[in-house]
Design a protein around this ligand. Structure first.
Ligand SMILES: *Cc1c(COP(=O)(O)O)cnc(C)c1O
Length: 403
């Protein structure tokens, strides 16, 4: 009997707990007693392995259709571990609309290790093929990209990487395995910022690398242990807890985002809506052929950076915050926020439009969200400024510039 994803999210990890606990315990221990001075038990030291982390790793591998997973302290720690497999003198081909922190790593850390990076429009297979050299070791893409929601053809890319002996890594943070499983489409590696949908409540920072090749998994696990960036037992437990509602959350958020995107497309004050579910969206057909949903991130422009900022500030149900994938809706101006970390020299090429607004649609009622966006748009386009934080007004005891 093959179980559907929502069932597999919940029905996982029968523990062999002697007391029959149906939730696995948090093995909050740094080290493990060994049977004798010359034998090692299954676990010896938490940096190298911990039962709570093993469970979440098994669950992640299972959900992504991989054979092994490594959980890291953050998405960036996971990506860092992956890039360690690229050696001095080698090259990485990276998409040109990547998460800002990924660009910072590729641009400011990797060159010090003698690894160079080419940014390519990875939505065009020909451009990727043309950028390949004998030194290319890794192609790293996101699809849909963040925040422009461009689509890369995972099957097409995997054909190129297979022919050329290059590794294909897909950052699947935007859709989660509920909506897209890159390993089945030919990718070698799936990356996750588990901070996003996988944990889903904005209370965990975590990352993961999932592979289907045991040899590759062994190399990543070696990095995880050697560099010490593994996920802690408590965070592993929180992530396990989040995964149980993954399908439920993603499905709801996916449905609401469609309504919100359609609503935005009807508004006069909105210039362009970026949403892979629209037929007119560039790459829509490819996206639909490789995924089971359009995700819950919707971006749009207003034609005016000031209007975009005012709109964000006038919403009451969307929190101004970076990140996405949480149960609570968020709104951000990527150019000023998540993507401000793109080095100045690359801003012209890689930064999103200044008036771009990114929404991450949560599990609130979709009608409430649309009504809120409507009133915020009215305020922003009329140039009126209204008091923010309608519901809560915390007293601020710190000076605004003290951070
Ligand atoms: C957030 C994010 C990352 C980085 O993950 P952290 O958990 O914040 O370190 C990497 N890739 C994508 C697509 C992201 O959205």
């Amino acid at each position: 009997m093959t179980l559907k994803t929502s069932t597999r999210c919940v029905k996982f990890g029968g523990t062999s707990d002697p007391y029959g606990a149906i939730v696995p315990p948090i093995y909050q221990t740094a080290t493990f007693r060994q049977p004798t001075a010359s034998e090692f038990g299954e676990y010896d030291y938490t940096r190298s392995g911990n039962p709570t982390r093993s469970l979440v790793e098994q669950q992640l591998a299972e959900l992504e259709g991989g054979t092994g997973a490594c959980a890291f302290a953050s998405g960036m720690a996971a990506i860092t571990a992956l890039t360690r497999l690229v050696e001095h003198g080698d090259e990485i081909i990276a998409g040109d609309d990547l998460y800002g922190g990924t660009v910072r790593l590729l641009e400011q850390i990797l060159p010090r290790q003698g690894v160079s990076v080419r940014y390519v429009d990875t939505t065009k297979l020909e451009a990727v093929r043309a950028a390949l050299t004998l030194r290319t070791r890794l192609i790293l893409v996101e699809t849909p990209t963040n925040p422009m929601l461009s689509i890369c053809d995972i099957r097409g890319l995997s054909q190129i990487t297979r022919e050329s002996g290059v590794m294909l890594a897909v950052d699947n943070s935007m859709l989660s395995p509920v909506l897209q499983q890159p390993l089945a489409l030919g990718a070698d590696v799936v990356i996750h910022s588990a901070t996003k949908f996988l944990s889903g409540h904005s209370d965990v920072t975590a990352g993961a690398i999932i592979t289907k090749d045991p040899l590759l998994h062994g190399q990543i696990a070696f990095q995880q242990n050697a560099e010490g960036a593994a996920l802690s037992p408590f965070e592993s437990w929180l992530l396990l807890r989040g995964l149980k509602t993954l399908a439920l959350r993603v499905e709801r958020q996916n449905d609401s985002a469609r309504k919100v995107a359609q609503f935005l497309a009807r508004q006069k004050g909105i210039r362009k809506v970026y949403y892979p579910g629209f037929k007119v969206h560039f790459g829509h057909e490819i996206h639909r052929s490789q995924s089971e949903g359009d995700g819950s991130v919707v971006s749009f422009t207003t034609g005016d950076e000031q209007v975009s900022a005012q709109l964000a500030e006038a919403t009451r149900l969307f929190t101004i915050a970076v990140s996405f994938g949480s149960v609570g809706s968020t709104i951000s101006l990527p150019c000023r926020m998540s993507h401000a970390s793109i080095p100045k020299t690359l801003q012209d090429r890689l930064a999103p439009p200044a008036d771009l607004v990114r929404l991450s649609v949560g599990i609130e009622d979709a009608d409430d969200l649309m009504e809120d966006l409507g009133q915020a748009l009215d305020i922003a386009t009329q140039g009126r400024v209204r008091q923010r934080n309608y519901f809560v007004t915390p007293t601020r005891s710190y000076r605004p510039n003290s951070r």
